[in-house]
Ligand binder design. Structure first.
Ligand code: FE2
Ligand code: FE2
Length: 189
């Protein structure tokens, strides 16, 4: 059986270039933030380098992959199947690539919604995914939050989640209960 690294590399190599660039930028920032905050650099970089392996799968593939791995498909995911790309990637990494580090799997699984159970690896991935240079160039209002991620990561995380909440509410989109629970936790800290 090919190694975990080889299986992951094969999947990565099939992605379109812009997605590869985003993944690589996220991995660099995840490594930097992990270093600053004393979090396991290898775990954060592995989570970042695998988090979007299913990001560009079409809707029907998101649904069929989720069904194959027994991932629950709620109303929110049924409406926007792309939102399954985190859980799908985590299930694929565990089942097809033999990845066993639970911190990495959970970080990948919840990188879109966030989770009330999020740990340091999950937080670093969430921050790096939303604050890598490509994202800040596209939305310069993120720059202060990117700086905050270096000094006050939980505060930066809360700012990003509140931005997401605001955005979803303004579009009348349903907000995932995990996102709300995480915001609640961070607000009460
Ligand atoms: Fe993603
Ligand atoms: Fe991403």
């Amino acid at each position: 059986m090919p190694s975990t690294e080889v299986v992951i590399a094969k999947k990565f190599n099939n992605l379109l270039r812009p997605l590869q660039v985003h993944i690589n930028r996220t991995t660099v920032l995840a490594g930097e933030l992990a270093e600053i905050h004393g979090v396991d650099t290898n775990a954060c970089e592995l989570a970042a380098s695998t988090h979007d392996l299913f990001r560009s799968e079409p809707d029907f593939a998101q649904i069929s992959t989720a069904e194959r791995y027994g991932i629950p498909i709620g109303d929110i995911e049924a409406g926007i199947p792309m939102l399954l790309h985190g859980p799908n990637a985590a299930a694929w990494l565990e089942n097809e690539a033999g990845l066993t580090d639970n911190r990495v799997l959970e970080a990948v699984r919840w990188h879109t919604f966030g989770s009330p159970e999020i740990d340091d690896v999950g937080k670093i991935l969430y921050l790096a995914d939303k604050l890598e240079p490509g994202k800040v160039i596209a939305d310069p209002s993120l720059e202060p939050i990117r700086q905050m991620a270096e000094s006050h990561p939980d505060k930066a995380l809360l700012e990003l989640l509140e931005k997401r909440l605001e955005n979803q509410v303004s579009k009348s989109l349903q907000v995932h209960p995990y996102t709300l629970a995480l915001i609640e936790n961070l607000r009460s800290d």
